[in-house]
Design a protein around this ligand. Structure first.
Ligand code: NAP
Length: 488
């Protein structure tokens, strides 16, 4: 029996386990460092946290949910949905909670996995599904250690830290902060938001889903599929804008400008919130509440550079001290450091960190030469700026299930050919060089500028390219090809 170890029980890990179960594999374990499932939806509990991909699309295609309360549901609802899916699909029973993987090494025939607690497990197939946004990035600002009040990253929100009547300093103006600030503005005495770059925003077409809609979805699932299809079509416009289609770009820019003009009357503030980076080089943010929050008398948007954190607040380059009782880092994630801090060692004792010394790369974002029987979910260059990442998870899960079937049938390890992986990587990087993402520094790029997170094409292209595993992409291709054509 093929032993399969999946690292991480977020949307990606659950998708992989569900697909493998569907294909008849039973010896599956999910190693989850926390005490419950959910990945980013478990970790991000800051006030206002919600999905900015519409729920009809931000769900598994095989488990559409008629009960979403609104188009952009809050994080608790998404977490509850994932919980339900994991239980209904039989994945929950396979999870080993409180198990953090420290080390995974290929010993020539199988993977030896060591946990931080010193336990050792063995698996034929290793599926890291640890996500791209799981490790908070906190800048090392001078004096940060001297700050006397509580400080926390948005992804490490501590609900016991009081916000009421406190002066809150918030660093960053990304996807998390634009949700957080409007939500806490009524409670805090004052909020100072420190902006380095103005993000592109557009109105969020959010709405409640009423009783009748939910009842109709329950009775007629085809309606849900229709809603999913319509949402998909909308994301194509956004995708086209990011891909540089001049008409789509103009539509989105105009929409964004109109929002600023309607929501911000003060010309000085409007100038501050007007982006100067190309549209789409960072994630375009959907929000109705962010700009109105910035117009409040008790919220200040500070665009001067932070030079120092002092014991009582933040000092900016103009010499101003901004007193704060609580400091919030909305400074994003170390997204380009895939799999860190897990030490992964492949064939010939090669560390993955060495294979990826110039930036993470993987064939189809899934498989890496020198690392047999290892298949990634949400690996390098599989992030999407405009549609649902769950669509990519499902594509990867199906591809991986084919790989595991071949491994089981052939009783032989599967390792992607170096030449195929190199040709693929060259193609992806060449295409990425012509995308808007080269237009600014973001979590999509390493310090040297290589884009390691994003997929350069349409999601449908990714689905097509991963739909059928080609055995000749692997070192034992010829034998496997013969096996692939033989019925089980
Ligand atoms: P982010 O979008 O990467 O934003 C980080 C912010 O911190 C940026 O404004 C950045 O400024 C600023 N920053 C970083 N280092 C700084 C420094 N040293 N000094 C001053 N400012 C600094 O991070 P995020 O908001 O956590 O979102 C990350 C990703 O998570 C999103 O792109 C999205 O994919 C996902 N997310 C999704 C949702 C959702 O609704 N689905 C919600 C939250 C997050 P610069 O722009 O100048 O770099």
């Amino acid at each position: 029996m093929t032993r399969i170890a999946i690292i991480g029980a977020g949307f990606g890990g659950v998708a992989a386990a569900a697909e493998l179960l569907r294909q008849g594999f039973r010896d599956i374990v999910l190693l989850e460092k926390a005490d419950r499932i959910g990945g980013v939806w478990r970790d991000n509990i800051y006030p206002g946290c919600a999905c900015d991909v519409p729920a009809p699309l931000y769900s598994y295609s095989f488990a559409l949910n008629p009960d979403w309360s609104r188009r952009y549901p809050p994080h608790q609802e998404i977490l509850a949905y994932l919980d339900r899916c994991a239980r209904d699909l039989g994945v929950l029973d396979l999870i080993r909670f409180g198990t953090e993987v420290a080390d995974a090494s290929w010993d020539g025939t199988a993977w030896t996995i060591t946990t931080t607690g010193g336990d050792e497990l063995h698996a034929d197939v290793l599926i890291p599904a640890v996500g791209q946004l799981s490790r908070p990035s906190i800048p090392s600002l001078p004096g940060a250690d001297t700050f006397q009040g509580p400080k926390m990253h948005t992804a490490q929100w501590n609900p016991s830290v009081p916000i009421e009547n406190r002066r809150i300093g918030v660093i960053g103006t990304g996807a998390s902060v634009i949700q957080l600030v409007p939500e806490i503005a009524d409670k805090a005495a004052h909020i100072a938001v420190f902006q380095r770059t103005a993000p592109w925003t557009v109105p969020k077409p959010d709405r409640r889903y009423g009783r009748f809609r939910r009842a109709a979805y329950r009775r007629m699932p085809a309606l849900m599929r229709l809603s999913r299809g319509a949402t998909w079509a909308l994301t194509l416009v956004q995708g086209a804008a990011v891909a540089g289609n001049p008409v789509a770009t103009r539509v989105v820019r105009t929409y964004s400008k109109a929002q600023r003009h309607i929501q911000v009357r003060d010309p000085l503030l409007r100038a501050k919130v007007t982006p100067d980076e190309p549209l789409g080089c960072k994630r375009v943010l959907f929000t109705n509440a962010w700009l109105p929050a910035l117009t409040r008398p008790d919220v200040d948007l500070i665009t001067e550079k932070i030079v120092e954190i002092t014991p009582t607040g933040v000092r900016t380059a103009d010499g101003q001290d901004h007193p704060c009782d609580v400091l919030v880092y909305g400074t994003g994630f170390a997204a380009t450091e895939f799999l860190v801090p897990i030490r992964v060692t492949g064939r010939n004792g090669t560390p993955l960190s060495e294979a990826w010394s110039e930036g993470a790369h993987a064939y189809l974002g899934v498989t890496v030469p020198g690392f047999p029987n290892m298949f990634l979910i949400y690996g390098p260059n599989t992030n999407t700026g405009n549609t649902s990442v769950i669509y990519f998870h499902e594509s990867q899960a199906r591809y991986i299930a084919q790989a595991v079937r071949l491994i089981a049938k052939g009783n032989t390890p599967l390792e992607v050919r170096e030449d195929r992986a190199t040709t693929y990587d060259t193609e992806i990087q060449k295409r990425l060089a012509h995308t808007v993402w080269t237009g600014c520094q973001s979590w999509y790029r390493t310090a040297t500028g290589r884009i390691v997170t994003n997929w350069p094409g349409k999601a449908t292209e990714y689905r097509r390219r991963t739909a059928r595993l080609d055995p000749t992409d692997f070192t034992s291709g010829a034998t496997l090809s013969a096996l692939d054509h033989r019925e089980c």
